[in-house]
Design a protein. Sequence first.
Length: 86
Amino acid sequence: MADLVTEPLPQTEHTIEKTEEMNGVKRCQWLCKVCSAYARAGVRSFEASYFCATCSRAKKGRVTLCNKARRLQHGNHPTNGAATTA
């Protein structure tokens, strides 16, 4: 589980997919890996039901990414799936 965050993946295009796992009537949610990395101490990061299928297969575990826009230095607003490829 620890190597989900510590080992970098080769640069590839992320494909965000929505999970089909249900928790009763709602979709299961996990903490976004990108938001968790940017969150300050004591701040809970954004929960998402999206994941990158390619990274999840490569890491042999779910790599959760949200579709929340994150500002870059140049004023772009890509989603976390796009932001993590840079």
